[in-house]
Design a protein around this ligand. Structure first.
Ligand SMILES: [Zn+2]
Length: 233
């Protein structure tokens, strides 16, 4: 027998269809932003299971990283690119939370990461204002649900260089675009194992700059996790 709730649900679904963030097909599972087909098509790296994976190797000789991983491969014109666009520019926060949750689950199941807290890589404040949120913070919030650890949002900040840049040489200006990271609350991270989180890892330069600043904290151990890994061609 069809219950009243089922009729009500179908009616609402008709009026407000719940569609997949990947392929726009109808999905009935309200808990998910992705359909089963897209979930199965997600290009998982499984890096979290493997020491010396490509993300860990990226930081060799550059930054003292305990463990590092990226959850999915990022390629152009792919499902992942579409999802990243939805998450970063279309304000699809729900998708970001779910992706973060899946990152957290993989990290937890791997048993390889011992972390006390999550630190989102900060955005430039002006950029965050335009976007409405920091995508790394949303990922952290999703991850926190499965890892059961806190998110430390204001431990490190990112500031734009204030000195006039017109006089600088072009190469210096380019370097300055990444801005500067400043550890403002070292007391909060003392003697902690932290997981620094970002959406995409390409060269690793931004994560390296932020990670180096975090490691100025007393007795801090650092690991890194990104949603996507974009190999440079
Ligand atoms: Zn789909």
């Amino acid at each position: 027998m069809i219950t009243f709730t089922e009729i009500k649900d179908s009616f609402f679904h008709l009026l407000f269809p719940h569609v997949c963030s990947g392929c726009s097909s109808d999905i009935l599972d309200k808990q998910s932003t992705l359909c089963i087909r897209c979930m199965e098509a997600m290009p998982e790296t499984n890096f979290e299971l493997h020491p010396d994976n490509p993300v860990e190797k990226k930081f060799w000789g550059r930054l003292a990283v305990q463990q590092a991983t990226a959850q999915y491969y990022f390629t152009r014109e792919s499902l992942m690119q579409h999802l990243m666009h939805q998450f970063k520019y279309k304000r699809n926060k729900e998708l970001g939370l779910q992706l973060g949750h899946m990152m957290g689950e993989s990290i937890r199941k791997s048993g390889r990461f011992a972390v006390d807290a999550l630190v989102p890589l900060p955005l430039f404040p002006a950029k965050e204002k335009i976007r409405g949120y920091n995508q790394a913070t949303i990922l952290c919030e999703g991850m926190a649900e499965s890892l059961h650890i806190p998110v430390l949002k204001e431990v490190v900040i990112r500031s734009q260089h204030t000195e006039t840049q017109t006089k600088k040489r072009r190469i210096e200006r380019w370097q300055n675009m990444e801005g500067k990271f400043i550890l403002i609350k070292p007391e909060l991270i003392r003697n902690k194992s932290l997981l620094l989180v970002d959406d995409v890892i390409t060269t690793g330069a931004t994560l390296e700059a932020c990670g180096a600043e975090i490691l100025k904290g007393q007795d801090v151990r650092l690991s890194i996790a990104a949603l996507c890994y974009a190999a440079r061609n």
